[in-house]
Design a protein around this ligand. Sequence first.
Ligand SMILES: [Zn+2]
Ligand SMILES: [Zn+2]
Length: 265
Amino acid sequence: MGYNRGMFIDSHCHINFPELAARMPEVLAQMAHNKVTHALCVSVDLPDFPQVLALAHQYPHIYASVGVHPDYEDTPEPSVEQLVELANDPKIIAIGETGLDYFRLQGDLEWQRERFRTHIRASRQCRKPLIIHTRSASEDTLRIMREEGAGTDAGGVAGVMHCFTESLEVARAAIEMGFYISFSGIVTFKSAKELQAVALELPLERILIETDAPYLAPVPYRGKMNEPGFVAHVGEYIAKLKGVPVEQVAQQTTANFFQLFQLQP
Ligand SMILES: [Zn+2]
Ligand SMILES: [Zn+2]
C-alpha cells in the first residue's frame, strides 16, 4: 500500500512509552514511508514530561503536550500555574491529555473532576488547546467544559475530543463549543458500526485522525503494537467510509491540525 497521494498527521500518540521509544528509528522510518509528516506526543503524567519534551526538542516534526491523564491516580497532582509554566515552550502545543474516565476507574472520582478543571483553567490562561479524553463520562465531561468556559464561545480555547467513541449528540455538542473530533483505529474495527455512523455524519472540517499508539492499532494491524505511521490507515478508512478521495481526507485533517494548534504548515 502506498500513500504518495496524501500526507497525514498523527494528532495523538505516546511514542515516549518504552515499547516505542526503544524502536524510535523504525517508528520514524514507518512515518516517513506512510507520508505521516508530524505527530503529537501526548503527556500522561508529570514524571514522564521531561522525556516527552525531549522528543519534541530532538525532532522538528514531533510536537508535545503537557498534562496528567485521568486514569493516573497515584501521581503528582498538577496546579494551574505548573501546567502554564511547563506549557511555555514553542513545541508544547496543547494541554492534556485530560478529562474523565468512569470506565477504568470507579468510586469517588471527585479528584478526576478537579484535575480536569485545573487543565481547563490552565488552557484558558496559556491559550493552548485542550486534548480531552472521555470514557463513560460524556455528561460530566460536557458539563465541566461548560462550567469552566472551555471552547471558543466561552472566551476559552478549543481543543480535541481524542479517541472519540461517544454518540453523534456528544460530538455535535463538542463541535458547537469549537472542538474537533479525533478518530483512532477503533473506527476501522468491524464491530464499530455506531462509531462509523458518527464519522460518516460529521463534516471533514471538524475531524482529526490519530493512533493513540502504542494502543489500538487500526485494521490491518489490529492487536499488534500501534505506531504513528499507521494513522494513514485511519485516514484511508475514513475516506472510504465517506466516499471521498484519500487525498482530500489527508489534506483536510492536516489543515485542521494546523488550524487548531495555531501552527504554520
Ligand atoms: Zn486517552
Ligand atoms: Zn492517549
